[in-house]
Design a protein around this ligand. Structure first.
Ligand SMILES: Cc1cc2nc3c(=O)[nH]c(=O)nc-3n(C[C@H](O)[C@H](O)[C@H](O)COP(=O)(O)O)c2cc1C
Length: 159
């Protein structure tokens, strides 16, 4: 079984998400699973800017060249992906939003949607309930939104 751990923290070094990622990997070590990790802060995931809505058309490609596709390849190769997301200013962090908004350019075919659906996902959201963490959970608690939206857009485009 392949498990991928993704940290969306902006803090690379001794951040809490890094520590939790390390803990999960140490805990699973020796349990007949392959665990690998990604730290989004190490990657180049650009937010949506300067485009012509290419991702609204399944025949076109997102003009951005960065690490987004590589992250999705790793997710789709995994059996389960654990996403660790800190709460910043009562919301998920900028790295999460950049990844999520760009995700629309990934789900171009039903086959890709199904491949993504097949992967089990777990979300660890770190923050205080009294300090806006609930709002972050509400935002994150719709992991399939981008897929549904893409399906809708495909239907719309293809009639
Ligand atoms: C810029 C910033 C804003 C934060 N805002 C909130 C917040 O609004 N609510 C909350 O519960 N925690 C907030 N926190 C605390 C973080 O969610 C918490 O410390 C988390 O464990 C940070 O993970 P990290 O060290 O991997 O970045 C904030 C932390 C930072 C750095």
């Amino acid at each position: 079984m392949n498990i991928l751990v993704i940290s969306f923290s902006g803090r690379k070094g001794a951040g809490n998400c890094s520590k939790i990622s390390d803990f999960i990997q140490e805990h699973l070590h020796g349990h007949s699973v392959n665990v690998s990790s990604i730290r989004m802060a190490d990657l180049d995931i650009e937010s949506c800017t300067d485009c012509s809505y290419e991702c609204f058309d399944s025949l076109q490609k997102c003009p951005k060249v960065d690490d987004l596709n590589a992250v999705y390849e790793r997710i789709m190769e995994s059996d389960a992906t654990i996403m660790i997301i800190p709460v910043y200013s009562a919301a998920p962090p900028a790295l999460y939003f950049a990844w999520r908004e760009r995700s629309q350019s990934i789900f171009l075919t039903e086959e890709i949607c199904q491949k993504f659906d097949r992967v089990k996902k777990a979300f660890i959201i770190i923050g205080n309930k009294d300090a806006g963490a609930d709002g972050a959970v509400t935002i994150i608690n719709v992991p399939q939104v981008q897929i549904q939206l893409k399906r809708f857009l495909n239907m719309f485009i293809t009639g």
